[in-house]
Write a protein that binds this ligand. Structure first.
Ligand SMILES: Cc1cc2nc3c(=O)[nH]c(=O)nc-3n(C[C@H](O)[C@H](O)[C@H](O)COP(=O)(O)OP(=O)(O)OC[C@H]3O[C@@H](n4cnc5c(N)ncnc54)[C@H](O)[C@@H]3O)c2cc1C
Length: 233
């Protein structure tokens, strides 16, 4: 998806009907919505979601669609701390049958070629990669390229761990809790595949920027790096 497709997608607005929410860990919640038949997205994409049931400041924010297109619901998984923004307070208030607005889907954080791929998640940045690996799993044995998921979480919460562990085949997941170990694993992949590999990073903006610079300092070309930087963390 390029810039112009994204521009068009922003004008595609719809309402999503809320089904349920549940806790993934101490401060991470998943919100589940009905998926209308005509709603499709590529695994890894995000939407712009709007609070409509009350008036708040900054009612629209981007969130990854954490479910795979093959799942029959829209899942949003977000960090909600003890001092939540008005947007997140309004999310927690949702009751079955209420709606939120959605524009999109948008973004190009998707695996769309046959190259070996490394997915690098920082904490809540696991959301697009959950969608990507679930979709690859749903599509079956066709995927031959190796996919390495490096899941860095200094708090060691590792949401979705059970689901990720259940996925096998060409996808391997490694759980890490320090930047040094993350660099070591990135080096293994980049020494092996260099610019023949595809590098994808998602997570808090500071983490994404630092890993992207690290890769470029190790001669990985910018065009082989895709990233989603989450603001607000
Ligand atoms: C492409 C993309 C995909 C993304 N996907 C995800 C995702 O899957 N999951 C996810 O969690 N995030 C995702 N994000 C980030 C998301 O859009 C928000 O920026 C992020 O969740 C922070 O939202 P917030 O409402 O807590 O933040 P902000 O409003 O920026 O607030 C930051 C912090 O300030 C404090 N604060 C703000 N307002 C108040 C208030 N009224 N009262 C008290 N304290 C307040 C809170 O402590 C809050 O945590 C994504 C971003 C992008 C660009």
């Amino acid at each position: 998806m390029g810039f112009f497709q994204d521009m068009i997608a922003v004008f595609k607005k719809r309402e999503l009907v809320f089904i349920e929410s549940y806790k993934e860990s101490k401060d991470v919640y998943t919100f589940v919505f009905e998926k209308e038949k005509d709603l499709t997205w590529k695994a890894g994409q995000h939407g712009l979601f709007s609070i409509t049931h009350k008036k708040i400041k900054n009612p629209t924010k981007p969130f990854t669609i954490a479910s795979a297109p093959s799942e029959n619901v829209v899942r949003l998984t977000m960090k909600i701390n003890d001092n939540p923004s008005d947007f997140k307070k309004a999310m927690v208030e949702l009751k079955q049958g209420m709606t939120i607005g959605m524009s999109g889907p948008l973004g190009s954080l998707n695996v769309n070629d046959e190259r070996p791929t490394i997915l690098i998640a920082g904490g809540i940045g696991i959301t697009p990669f959950r969608s990507i690996v679930k979709q690859i799993e749903a599509e079956g044995d066709g995927n031959k390229k190796p996919i390495h998921l490096l899941y860095m979480d200094s708090e060691k919460s590792y949401i979705f761990k059970d689901e990720l562990d259940a996925i096998n085949g060409s996808i391997s997941t490694m759980y890490l809790d320090s930047r040094d170990k993350l660099h070591q694993e990135i080096d293994k992949f980049s020494n092996l595949y260099q610019n023949n590999g595809q590098y994808m990073i998602a997570g808090p903006k500071s983490m994404v920027d630092s890993i992207s610079s690290y890769l470029q300092n190790n001669s990985i070309s910018k065009k082989n790096i895709k990233k989603d930087a989450f603001y607000g963390y």
